[in-house]
Ligand binder design. Structure first.
Ligand code: ADP
Length: 519
């Protein structure tokens, strides 16, 4: 047992000093402290002050007798659970019932007291109290361990979010620059090289996004934008995303789904992310020229989407573990292909946020794997025109816009400027708040692309200042930032921004927003 920190207290209550002394002599043992009271009120005072393991009460006392004292003890939350042994002279006393006391909490000893009986009865309470102390100590230790773990976990999440954010920022100009170079490049070899670099950067961005997502999901910070969506739309988007990986492995992909539309209520981007992740894994963990099979079917009230491959398979003891954060299966191919081990953890969480489930199946190593996602079916959803919101982002703008680009990261501002020029607009660059405000007044741009994290005056302040001036009431002001959480978007809207784009922003999306302004 753990070493004892506090003594165990027994309370002895008797109006006669000699009785108290003889009791004390009989009970004495290491670790036990005896508190003595000569009357009921004195006893109550001690009861409120100490955590008493046992009260030995003389029944016959002048003033408040032992039974009255016990009644008072029962009425008080702090003392009602203190076990009592009454010391009585007559047999009749022991017939008395004590309502409201737990069984075993009240006992009787007859005078003259037999030392052996006294010892055995009181020993039980001494030991019980020691155990209680140990339990309390263990509970405190567990609680502080738990709190320390929670704190570590919180710091880890915070670190992941910051890390992802910091990694994301420098990628924006790199990706923009690569696309720009590629647009101007005539040499096929150089073009191929640039495309490869673009693919790698895109892959990096996706990994970082997963990292950000997983920390957000753990903190309950992901907002789903649920809407009626067809399985076909989700899968088309997912196949598009994972096609490069499938092609890299020269795999064949077969998709099978019902003729009629199958509707779900979900966030289309998040659900495609789930399926794309499964397809990417299938491509990653299958040797060259493998077969990947995706099917959609309806099972009662559920849509069942399964992704099967004939790849390296999963050992049976790993089938549930693969969904744990940072879990990776330790075989050679898995190692050579390893990512961060967060993909499936994120997939599982996203599926569960859609009230669905996911399982992995495999007959064993080298025997392929199947991942089965089940999601609630949205029955009788009236088919609406899903193609209505397609926008041609590559079309040149109806009208070139004068655009102010504000970013303290000079390469980032420059590449954004170049990209805007490529699609026919007229960018002007500024690198801090003061310069931004002065330039805006000088050129009166139709649109402003404003970074949030700027030295001195941040993007929110600049936007608020601009909006106070009637000249900028109608200006399209777009925030661009590394932070993409719902709270950041809300802050941007409150500061007067029209839109909020997360870096590295999707250029097609930006070009769409600008075309809408220009038309
Ligand atoms: P990552 O792929 O980044 O390691 P995931 O969370 O996506 O992380 O996957 C976790 C592990 O599950 C992988 O490391 C791999 O060992 C195993 N795994 C996932 N999908 C498959 C698959 N289709 N076939 C075989 N093993 C897989």
């Amino acid at each position: 047992m753990t070493s004892m920190k506090h003594p165990v207290y027994f309370l002895l209550v008797d109006d006669l000093e000699e009785n108290l002394l003889s009791l004390e002599a009989l009970l004495r043992r290491p670790g036990l402290t005896m508190l003595k009271a000569r009357s009921g009120p004195e006893a109550l005072e001690l009861l409120l002050k100490y955590d008493i393991a046992l009260a030995l009460l003389d029944v016959q006392m002048p003033g408040m007798d032992g039974f009255e004292l016990a009644e008072l003890m029962r009425g008080n939350e702090r003392t009602r659970r203190v076990p009592i042994i009454f010391l009585t002279a007559g047999l009749a006393d022991s017939q008395r019932r004590f309502h409201g006391y737990e069984k075993g909490a009240v006992d009787f000893l007859h005078k003259p007291i037999e030392p052996d009986i006294l010892k055995s009865k009181t020993d039980v309470f001494f030991e019980l109290h020691l155990q209680k102390q140990v339990l309390a100590q263990q509970r405190d230790e567990l609680r502080s361990t738990y709190e320390a773990l929670q704190e570590t976990d919180r710091r880890k999440d915070e670190f992941l979010a910051t890390l992802a954010h910091e990694l994301r920022n420098p990628l924006a100009p790199v990706r923009n620059g690569l696309r720009l170079l590629n647009m101007n490049e005539q040499n096929t070899e150089a073009k191929n090289l640039l495309e490869m670099m673009d693919r790698q950067v895109t892959h990096l961005v996706r990994l970082i996004d997963d990292l950000l997502d997983v920390s957000r999901v753990s903190n309950g910070k992901i907002d789903l934008r649920k809407e009626p969506v067809t399985a076909r739309d989700i899968i088309t988007l997912a196949v598009e995303t994972s096609q490069p990986m499938i092609d890299d492995g020269q795999h064949s992909l077969t998709v099978k789904m019902p003729e009629e539309d199958v509707w779900l209520n979900g966030d289309p981007n998040r659900l495609s992310q789930v399926i794309a992740n499964l397809l990417t894994n299938a491509a990653k963990y299958t040797r060259t020229k493998g077969k990947i099979f995706l099917s959609v079917r309806i099972d009662k009230e559920e849509v069942v989407i399964s992704v099967t491959d004939n790849g390296i398979g999963i050992a049976s003891h790993m089938l549930t573990q693969v969904f744990e954060l940072f879990a990776q299966v330790g075989n050679e191919m898995a190692k050579s292909q390893s990512g961060l081990g967060i993909g499936l953890a994120l997939v599982k969480k996203l599926v569960e946020m859609h009230d669905g489930s996911i399982i992995a199946q495999s007959d064993g190593l080298e025997l392929g794997s199947t991942f089965i996602v089940r999601l609630p079916l949205l029955r009788d959803h009236a088919t609406s025109s899903a193609a209505a919101h397609e926008v041609d982002a590559t079309a040149s703008p109806a009208r070139p816009l004068s655009i102010l680009v504000v970013d303290d990261n000079i390469p980032s501002a420059q590449t954004t400027g170049w990209m805007l020029e490529m699609i026919g607009h007229h960018p002007t660059l500024a690198h801090d708040g003061i310069e931004a405000l002065e330039t805006a007044k000088k050129i009166l741009p139709q649109a402003i692309l404003l970074d949030i994290g700027l030295p001195g005056m941040n993007g929110y302040d600049i936007c608020r200042t601009l909006r106070q001036n009637p000249l900028f009431k109608e200006t399209l002001i777009i925030a661009q930032t590394g932070w993409g959480q719902a709270r950041d978007k809300q802050m941007a809207i409150e500061a007067g921004f029209d839109h909020h784009l997360v870096k590295p922003f999707n250029f097609d999306q930006l070009s769409e927003l600008l075309s809408a302004k220009a038309s």
